[in-house]
Design a protein around this ligand. Structure first.
Ligand SMILES: Nc1ncnc2c1ncn2[C@@H]1O[C@H](COP(=O)(O)OP(=O)(O)OP(=O)(O)O)[C@@H](O)[C@H]1O
Ligand SMILES: [Mg+2]
Length: 298
């Protein structure tokens, strides 16, 4: 047995060292056990969410498909007049439109959930003229307002003077489509939907506003609107076939564009959705791919 300067045996020091190391190992082991348990819980939670999500998807898709089946049965089984036949065909068309809308939203959402970066979207950033996009979308959506005599109008000035924004055009179109579609769905009959916008030179951003008069937009619901699956009672009553995914998708898309989306009620009682996008200030999180004609777009 060796004795050190202080007269203590080195055997004692060794066993103390070993004890400390052992304690540390036990502590680390406990920590690992805890981490493992928490990861397992998270995994179970994700599994549950995935199952709920799939149940939602199939539930929502079954409704319009069943309706179409029922209409087709009607068409083939009974002897019906041409007028009634046309009506049934129109219903089949609108149910098919709902099914396509749902399928598109589900597909887009899966992509966005998988990877929330611009680069992951595998599409080029390009200069998008928001005024032109709004006019085109307003034209596309006009027919869905006919039943309710709801008209979509784009107020040219001052949006026409705004420069183009840098964005993935398909995704940005999806954002505005979802907002305009809501505006029509939730509008009172015989009202106008107004789309306007402006350029903020200080921040180098363009904002677009979509305003409609219809079901209310309580201020304590604003944050909820952009969460997955949220639908107000009024919205569910008017349009039972919705998913509550439209604004969640819109926010995800705007987030990856480093923009801003919000909603509010203006002084005249219009429900307004505002989207703000950057003209050229994207700060990364993204690898810009060259689009063939991006240089001659602006
Ligand atoms: N223009 C609007 N006026 C009033 N409330 C709105 C308006 N747009 C959206 N909301 C509210 O936000 C909720 C979420 O909208 P979102 O588009 O995500 O889902 P949805 O329209 O209910 O369903 P889906 O888009 O799948 O058909 C709506 O259910 C509604 O409560
Ligand atoms: Mg919607």
């Amino acid at each position: 047995m060796s004795v050190n300067n202080h007269g203590e045996s080195s055997n004692n020091t060794d066993s103390l060292d070993i004890q400390t190391k052992l304690d540390k190992l036990i502590q680390e082991n406990n920590l690992l056990k805890e981490t493992n348990k928490s990861l397992q819980n998270q995994f179970e939670q994700i599994k549950k969410e995935q199952i709920t999500y799939l149940q939602n998807v199939s539930h929502q898709l079954v409704a319009p498909l069943n309706a179409m089946k029922w209409h087709i049965e009607n068409l083939t089984a009974a002897r019906i007049s041409v007028e009634r036949g046309k009506k049934v065909l129109r219903s089949i068309y609108s149910q098919a439109t709902i099914a396509v809308h749902l399928a598109k939203n589900f597909a887009l959402m899966s992509n966005l959930e998988a990877d929330q970066t611009l680069a992951a979207q595998r599409e080029p950033l390009e200069a998008v003229d928001l005024k032109r996009l709004m006019v085109n979308l307003a034209d596309d959506f006009q027919p869905s307002g006919w039943d309710k005599s709801v008209h979509v109008s784009v107020i040219d000035h001052p949006l026409e003077e705004a420069p183009s924004v840098l964005a993935i055009k398909n995704l940005i179109s999806q954002v505005f489509s979802n907002i305009i579609e809501n505006a029509i769905k939730y509008s009172t009959t015989d009202t106008d939907i107004k789309i306007y916008g402006n350029y903020d030179s200080d921040n180098d951003t363009v904002s677009v506003y979509i305003a409609n008069k219809g079901i209310s937009l309580p201020s304590d619901e604003i944050e909820l609107i952009f969460t997955r699956g949220y639908r107000s009672k009024d919205a569910t009553n008017i349009y039972p076939a919705g998913t509550g995914f439209g604004m969640y998708i819109a926010k995800k898309i705007i987030d990856i564009h480093e923009g801003n989306i919000t909603a509010f009620t203006d002084k005249d009682g219009f429900s307004v959705f505002r989207v703000t996008l950057s003209v050229k200030g994207l700060k990364g999180k993204t690898i810009q791919r060259e689009s063939k004609d991006s240089t001659n777009r602006r």
